[in-house]
Write a protein that binds this ligand. Structure first.
Ligand code: ADP
Ligand code: MG
Length: 140
């Protein structure tokens, strides 16, 4: 296993419902280190660019509206096997399918309002970290 970096986002529902602290403590308790973090209120253009791979899907408009509905916490995580570990801690996209104890099982309301984002592979992690942390890319 290799030390990797990945992007996590605490989505607007997670920030509004007061789950930032618990989400970060789950990461730290599982060997993931916070290398950089910032609170941001995404513009429509930023959210559309971030989720460009989903453009054209039926849920795209709803996704962009949700992701721009309030502040999000952008986090650069680092650790052994960080990309897969973060996905495991998050749980499945649909909270009804998520395993017990995962962040989405605990807090997600629906497939759309599902509390956290995590990069799904090495290429997306690199792209997503550069997208949001261009100014600090040497650290994260
Ligand atoms: P994940 O976030 O688990 O990687 P995807 O990359 O498939 O999932 O989708 C990105 C985000 O788009 C999801 O986290 C969710 O917020 C939203 N989304 C995906 N599928 C649906 C859907 N069927 N209905 C509403 N929102 C969806
Ligand atoms: Mg995804």
């Amino acid at each position: 296993m290799a030390v990797e970096k990945t992007l996590s986002i605490v989505k607007p529902d997670g920030v509004q419902n007061g789950h930032i602290g618990h989400v970060i403590s789950v990461f730290e308790a599982n060997g993931l280190t916070i290398r950089a973090a910032k609170l941001a209120w995404l513009t429509t253009a930023q959210a559309e660019g971030f989720y460009a791979e989903h453009k054209g899907r039926g849920f795209f408009g709803e996704l962009i509206e949700f992701m721009t509905s309030g502040p999000v916490l952008l986090i650069c995580l680092e650790g052994e096997n960080a990309i897969a570990k973060n996905r495991e801690l998050m749980g499945a996209t649909d909270p009804a399918q998520a395993s017990d104890g995962t962040i989405r099982k605990l807090y997600a309301e629906s497939k759309g309002r599902n509390t956290v984002h995590g990069s799904d592979g090495g290429a997306s992690a690199a792209r997503e970290l550069r997208y949001f942390f261009a100014e600090a890319f040497e650290f994260c």
